[in-house]
Design a protein around this ligand. Structure first.
Ligand SMILES: *Cc1c(COP(=O)(O)O)cnc(C)c1O
Length: 447
């Protein structure tokens, strides 16, 4: 407990155009004004921040790989709607989609098909067909069944489809470490160690309707150690070398996936695109020289690192409760108007978040508090333990930063809650880019 009047605003984890004086402002718009105009819970995206993070990855890839730079594909599953797809398009990035729904969003804003890459470990025939008809830049094939499916559907449409092979390189990445293993017990891709990846190469080459352009690897998410990407690069480059030896030909592309880690709590640091790509370019150059192959075009697929830090969720406090614990301590429950349907990550991964009282400062004691949602589950916790002002009361606003990735996108309608609106803020102006779901929307599905 302390009598600190600081509001807990930690600039390093709020979107870059956020500030706190008498209250939180994002993109020049106050938390109070946002809540009043758009209601809560509310996802507030700092538009300029989003664009600049996308551009930073592109600039760093271009800088460190020069004419070997492939593309930055935004992994849209992190956070996708039409407006975000437009921002990504305007920034000159490509986009990764992992379902027919995500593809439909990209196509709805005329995202150039040759900059769309299609992922997924179980793409349906319909999804494959839509992707091929749209003329997507590449399909990343994930299984032997899929090689046959993509080849057959391409033949039916008289097309030659460019494909990548998703390779599992035997890297398990955890937040602050990675483990290099020989085998991968995961549902994704073709394993390198077992020879499945090589067999996939041979099968693809046997289909005239498929054009193999390169290898793909995605080692995980929320990775802070660039060495994990380095080991994956090294292993895939050895496969590229084997390809060249065998076919006297070179695969021109290598996609090293996403997973760049971001800060969620005060004092943490996000992975810097410039340093990680500088490091990667060294590894790639060295390994290619060793293997005696030309440096391929290198692409990456950041999702979280672009989207997460740009967005803050605003909630309204509904109730507070003090629970006496054994030992004489008190736990203060602060219940807000959303919950694990707008942020599953704490329940799913035990993910940690920070929060601030957003609509005012407070000089009252800070007490250990727990921020909970309004769902009928005791696990509906947004922040398990946080020091917050004791005078927080119904009607106050709570802001939770770094909610742009896997937040609204993983959301659900449990308890028939309607999903929050998404508002973009920039230069003192706010506008809705995804409207709040209504009860009519929910009822519209029922027969
Ligand atoms: C999820 C995913 C990404 C993005 O991961 P982040 O951790 O959000 O950067 C990139 N590529 C593939 C294939 C993915 O599945």
């Amino acid at each position: 407990m302390s009598t600190d009047i600081s509001h807990g605003f930690a600039p390093e984890i709020f979107s870059s155009n956020s500030a706190f004086s008498s209250e939180l402002t994002i993109g020049g718009v106050s938390a109070t004004a946002l809540a009043k105009e758009f209601g809560t819970p509310l996802f507030v995206v700092d538009e300029a921040d989003f664009t600049s993070r996308a551009l930073a990855f592109k600039a760093a890839l271009d800088l460190h790989f020069g004419h070997h730079a492939g593309k930055v594909y935004y992994a849209s599953k992190a956070f996708l709607n039409k407006e975000i797809a437009r921002w990504i398009e305007a920034s000159g990035l490509g986009i990764d989609v992992a379902s027919g729904g995500e593809l439909a969003v990209a196509l709805a804003v005329n995202f150039p098909a040759d900059r769309i890459q299609v992922h997924g470990n179980n793409k349906s025939e319909d999804e494959i067909e839509k992707a091929i008809m749209a003329g997507v830049g590449a399909i990343v094939v994930d299984s032997f069944h899929e090689i046959e499916r993509v080849a057959r559907i391409a033949v039916n449409h008289k097309k030659i489809q460019r494909v990548f092979i998703r390779v599992t390189a035997g890297i398990e990445a955890h937040t602050h470490e990675f483990i290099a293993t020989a085998h991968e017990d995961v549902k994704f891709g073709f394993s390198l160690a077992s020879g499945a990846a090589w067999k996939a190469i041979e099968e693809i080459r046997a289909h005239k309707s498929l054009h193999l352009i390169g290898l793909h690897s995605h080692i995980g998410s929320q990775i802070f150690d660039a060495q994990g990407f380095g080991v994956a690069a090294e292993r895939l480059i050895s496969l590229l070398a084997k390809f060249r030896e065998h076919y006297a030909d070179e695969l021109p592309e290598l996609d090293l996936g996403g997973g760049f880690g971001v800060a969620y709590l005060p004092g943490e640091e996000s992975v810097n695109p410039d340093s990680v790509l500088a490091e990667l370019s060294k590894v790639v150059a060295e390994e290619c020289a060793k293997a005696g192959i030309r440096v391929p075009h290198i692409s990456i697929e950041p999702g979280r690192a672009i989207a997460a830090p740009t967005t803050t969720t605003l909630y309204t406090v509904g109730t507070t409760k003090n629970i006496e614990l054994d030992g004489g301590n008190t736990r203060r429950y602060i219940a807000v108007d959303g919950g694990f349907t707008d942020n599953m990550r704490p329940a799913l991964y035990d993910a940690k978040y920070h929060a601030v009282l957003a609509n005012r400062t407070s000089s009252s004691h800070r007490v250990t508090s727990r921020i909970v949602g309004k769902h009928c589950e005791s696990g509906d916790i947004i922040i398990r333990d946080i020091e917050l002002a004791e005078d927080i009361h119904p009607g106050d606003l709570i802001a939770v930063p770094v909610t742009g990735a896997y937040g609204r996108q993983m959301g659900s309608n449990y308890n028939h809650l309607t999903r929050p609106a998404v508002v973009a803020v920039k230069n003192g102006k706010a506008r809705v880019i995804v409207r709040r779901e209504t009860v009519e929307d929910l009822l519209a599905l029922d027969i």
